[in-house]
Design a protein around this ligand. Structure first.
Ligand code: 8YV
Length: 324
């Protein structure tokens, strides 16, 4: 691709360093602090044809670039990108599915075991000298034995989590927008029914308006007093105030959260709870997997500018054609 060095790709905000390196070797890269249209100067406005981002790319930001053709989102979840707006303007959006599926599923299982068996608290007990001073860590009230697990969002990652759970000998059911053919897990047409029928809910649901706060007080109540809630999807899908109350008053027993509504801020009410395991959005955060995600994001840009079609378009823009 001889002319790629002439193509301007903008990186708004932070991006995986190895991905930035590859972009800089391939394209003419411009960087600004965030996806804020006020930071776009005239030259950037005129020259930018691609954006590589892991943050907010809203309609106003998209509109700042009359020659923009493609937004390569670093991440499978692209709720931070206004893909519907991009589609209307004939701008391609890509994401990074598949390459992170196994890593995120591994993290979900770790979070589940940590929440149920209190492993982080047990380690803190040891490090504080309590094993010597006070004796063994107290027996955990919760166990994975006898649990029944519901997966909210049976996409690639949900399926990878379910496959892992089969090895734990727990029954698995799920709720999804549509029933998934041929997977053999019990389907519930509503989240409420799923929550009523399981005691362990693992959410892999994507963000966006359709899923905003779908895990609310009513769902947590349906999960019940032995309930464990795990979230590896998006924080926006949870009513965090309702979750903190449910954990504090025993409506459910425990939670394991990798994602939050307003990252990196975590509500004080959750930070105070001992029965919540809290991780700083590390689901896909290994060097190996982040490199693979970055490579796919860059490959999407390269394919687009070279062959005029990307590798992994999001469904909203799958129909978008290159202008020349
Ligand atoms: C990343 C993610 O943390 O892929 C996603 O949707 O949430 C994570 O894998 C994120 O994309 C990094 O910006």
């Amino acid at each position: 691709m001889a002319s790629a060095r002439e193509i301007t790709v903008l990186i708004p905000g932070k991006l995986h360093p190895q991905t930035v390196e590859r972009l800089e070797k391939t394209f003419k890269v411009r960087r600004i602090d965030s996806g804020d249209p006020a930071l776009v100067d005239r030259e950037a406005a005129e020259t930018v044809r691609g954006i590589a981002s892991s943050g907010l790319v809203n309609a106003a930001f998209i509109d700042a670039f009359p020659n923009l053709e493609i937004i390569a989102n670093f991440g499978v979840g692209y709720d931070a990108v206004d893909a519907a707006h991009a589609a209307k303007k004939g701008i391609m959006v890509t994401n990074t599915p598949d390459v992170l599926t196994e890593e995120v599923a591994d993290t979900a299982i770790g979070l589940l075991l940590n929440a149920v068996r209190e492993l982080p608290r047990a380690e803190a007990w040891l490090r504080a000298g309590n094993w010597v001073g006070k004796g063994p860590y107290p027996l955990t009230v919760s166990t994975l034995r006898g649990r029944s697990v519901g997966v909210l969002g049976m996409g690639r990652i949900g399926l990878a989590i379910a496959r892992r759970l089969e090895g734990f000998g727990v029954p698995i059911s799920y709720h999804n927008r549509r029933e998934v053919e041929g997977i053999g897990y019990r389907y519930f047409p509503t989240l409420r029914e799923l929550a009523e029928n399981v005691d362990t809910l693992i959410s892999v649901a994507p963000g966006g308006a359709a899923t905003a706060k779908i895990v609310n007080a009513e769902i947590l109540e349906a999960l019940g007093p032995d309930g464990v809630f795990i979230n590896i999807g998006r924080g926006s899908t949870v009513d965090e105030d309702a979750l903190a109350s449910a954990l504090a008053d025993g409506t459910i027993r425990a939670a394991g959260l990798d994602v939050f509504a307003d990252e990196p801020k975590v509500p004080e009410a959750l930070l105070k709870l001992e029965n919540a395991v809290l991780l700083p959005h590390v689901g896909s955060a290994s060097q190996h997997t982040r490199d693979a995600m970055g490579d796919l994001a860059v490959d999407n840009l390269v394919e687009w500018f070279e062959k005029r079609r990307p590798i992994t378009p999001v469904f909203e823009t799958a129909h978008v054609k290159a202008r020349d």
